[in-house]
Design a protein around this ligand. Structure first.
Ligand code: TYD
Length: 231
């Protein structure tokens, strides 16, 4: 079984990322691919503790650099205990938010220095960069309206930030998609979830040879080795 593939979903508030991550995971599983569905901040017991601290706003007085370091501490544990072992087993990992959220929320909108960010990325992520990052894009007002509708108005530390902060986040995500076209695809979320899911499926199935991970490949592999044995 080859190493699994690592796909991340990114975007501002109310883009429907989590729904799309779930739908993609379900579709891959239907083909017999083993999928680990996870999220950030969080995804491992220790990282979920840090999630509580950052999303409650308790770390806000420490400033955006310290918050960024907390996100990376959580990420370090998540990578070490969940993501890397899964990829090595041949599982696919679908993660709702990852490093591009820190780039957008803390670096761009929170003005954390690029120097600190690159150092954290090098030491924590190393070479475990996503194979594909799907950035969902939506107009900020529409996204916030959707997000606040879902949370009943009780937002977290970041959802409650002002409009300019959210505009900076959208600009940051769009810039990341432009700068890293090999890793990232920008997908418009101004449509019905079914249409968005179809576009995402097309990007994923065009990019990866899924038969390497499905039963089909296992069956082909078995018959090939059968032939070798009989020679
Ligand atoms: P979450 O409840 O997972 O919401 P969403 O549905 O928007 O993903 O909240 C995660 C929040 O944390 C979200 O507002 C973005 C923020 N965040 C950062 O600021 N930096 C990060 O590195 C990550 C992963 C998330």
């Amino acid at each position: 079984m080859p190493r699994g593939r690592f796909i991340t979903f990114e975007g501002g508030e109310g883009t429907g990322k989590s729904t799309q991550a779930r739908r993609l995971s379900a579709r891959l599983r239907e083909l017999g691919i083993s999928v680990v569905e996870t999220r950030e901040p969080g995804g491992s017991p220790a990282a979920e503790l840090i999630r509580k601290i950052v999303l409650s706003g308790a770390a806000e007085p420490l400033g955006p650099s310290a918050e960024a370091m907390l996100f990376f501490s959580a990420r370090d544990d998540h990578l070490e205990t969940v993501i890397r072992p899964a990829l090595e087993r041949g599982d696919w990992v679908i993660c709702d938010r990852f490093v591009d959220s820190t780039r957008a929320y803390q670096e761009r909108a929170g003005k954390v220095s690029g120097e600190l960010m690159r150092a954290l990325e090098r030491s924590v992520i190393g070479d475990t960069w996503p194979d594909l990052t799907i950035i969902l894009d939506i107009d900020v007002e529409t996204g916030l309206e959707r997000a606040r509708g879902q949370s009943g108005g009780a937002g977290d530390r970041f959802e409650d930030a002002d409009l300019d902060f959210h505009k900076a986040i959208r600009t940051a995500f769009r810039a990341i998609a432009r700068r890293e076209p090999n890793r990232c695809v920008l997908v418009s979320a101004h449509r019905e979830p079914d249409a968005v899911a179809e576009e995402i499926w097309k990007k994923v199935s065009d990019r990866f040879d899924l038969s390497e991970w499905t039963g089909e490949a296992a069956a082909a592999g078995a018959s090939e080795s059968g032939e070798t044995d009989s020679e």
